[in-house]
Design a protein around this ligand. Structure first.
Ligand SMILES: [Zn+2]
Length: 205
């Protein structure tokens, strides 16, 4: 059962003066522009740091709920996030949580978290982030998700050869979700997420 979680607000605002010299957070923290950091960058860094503290403590269900909320109303992101959620491995990956999510707060205090699919597609590369690491099959799931949620090129005929039958089903469903919603066409229920069996962590690969 999902444990309800109260996430504190870190909605930040930068002063609206012409020089934007200060920022203030709903939590009470404040900052000023200095020689190296603008108020906007300072506010961004504060949100990022606070988001990391929250993300690291979430269990898999809570993290999945946060990802789903962030992807809501976007069929591509929903298909990509749902693929990760159903596959489960990446829900518990600390590097993904710490380095590959964009998080911010809305004015009403809601935390909105989205996977940075571009960075996931690049993984280490030029992004300066810690590399994401997994088995060949796990990395393939991640590449497929990054291709759906972002714009990472994918060679379906080559890149999916490491997947077992269950994971091929997850990929097929993700693509079905994308095609169905992207064109406003309802696919046959064979590609509905609800028909997939729920699996426990580590039941794959
Ligand atoms: Zn704050």
């Amino acid at each position: 059962m999902t444990t309800l979680l109260t996430i504190p607000s870190h909605y930040t605002q930068v002063d609206d003066g012409p020089f934007k010299l200060t920022w203030e957070c709903a939590c009470g923290d404040t900052g000023v522009t200095d020689d190296t950091t603008s108020a906007g960058d300072g506010a961004f860094a504060h949100q990022r740091e606070e988001a990391r503290k929250i993300l690291i403590d979430l269990n898999g269900e809570q993290f999945a709920a946060l990802l789903r909320a962030g992807a809501a109303n976007d069929w591509r992101e929903t298909a990509a996030v749902e693929l990760l959620v159903r596959h489960e491995t990446w829900l518990y990956d600390e590097t993904l949580r710490m380095d590959y999510l964009d998080a911010k707060w809305t004015a009403n205090g809601d935390m909105v978290t989205r996977v940075n699919w571009w960075a996931v597609g690049e993984t280490a590369g030029s992004t300066g982030r810690a590399p994401l690491d997994g088995s060949e099959s796990e990395m393939t799931i991640l590449r497929v998700a990054a291709s759906i949620g972002g714009d990472m090129p994918l060679r379906l005929h080559l890149d999916t050869t490491s997947l077992d039958t269950t994971n091929r089903g997850l990929v097929l469903t993700a693509i079905g979700h994308l095609l169905s919603h992207g064109g406003g066409v309802q696919f046959a229920s064979a590609t509905a997420w609800t028909q997939l069996p729920q699996r426990r962590r580590h039941d794959y690969c």
